[in-house]
Design a protein around this ligand. Structure first.
Ligand SMILES: [Zn+2]
Length: 211
């Protein structure tokens, strides 16, 4: 999926009372750092334009990443882009499972999605949701593999790749930073339905009211 948990989807692969042992790739966020901020929702201009590239890798950037992790956890998301807390800058964070019992944790600055060779473009069906479209879900086919290049908070080049649900997350979060929501990739009818679900639901976390 995306940055909103989908409770219909079984990521845990629990077998007969046996506790799932998840492999972790990345470093656990120190939850004593950072403050949760309210989430921007569809219609807020910051979500509908390309964010600015990060050019300065300083303490303020690290603090932004800490706030983004705490905002994501407060909203029970699995990924969060900076413009989802109103910051116009190319950064996303994630704490997201894949379909192979691995939990991926990290951040990417100035992400660029790698073009996939046709042979690797296998589409995965799946439900997708977004913290910025609260309470809505829609089916959206996406490639089941994704790789993103970018930088870490110190400016070092990084590459993050993922499969299944985590591949979906990498694509969804990169889209955010270029001004696209997943509902922009839906048919007109499905988009309308998602917005209707949102209008009828109530977010379980703090949101920024639209002007
Ligand atoms: Zn989203």
């Amino acid at each position: 999926m995306s940055d909103q948990h989908d409770h219909d989807h079984d990521h845990e692969h629990v077998h007969d009372g046996e506790a799932p042992v998840m492999k972790v790739v990345g470093e656990e966020h120190d939850r004593s750092k950072g403050t949760a901020r309210p989430i921007t929702v569809v219609g807020n201009p910051v979500l509908h334009r390309e964010c600015k590239d990060v050019t300065v890798f300083d303490a303020a950037l690290s603090e932004l990443i800490d706030d983004m992790f705490m905002s994501m956890y407060a909203a029970e998301g699995v990924g969060l882009a900076a413009n989802q807390i109103g910051v116009d800058t190319k950064v996303f964070v994630y704490d997201c499972p894949d379909d192979d019992n691995t939990r991926h944790i990290g951040h990417v600055i100035n992400p660029v999605l790698e073009e996939l060779p046709a042979a690797r473009r296998v589409l995965d069906d799946g439900n997708e949701g977004c913290l910025s479209v609260p309470t809505a879900y829609a089916e959206l086919p996406r490639p089941d593999y994704a790789a993103v290049t970018g930088q870490d908070k110190d400016g070092n080049p990084i590459r993050v790749e993922g499969t299944g649900f985590f591949a979906r997350c990498l694509q969804h979060e990169t889209d955010h930073l270029y001004g696209y929501l997943y509902i922009d990739r839906l048919s007109k009818r499905d988009r309308k339905d998602a917005l209707k679900q949102m209008a009828e639901g109530t977010a379980k976390y703090a949101t920024v009211p639209n002007a």
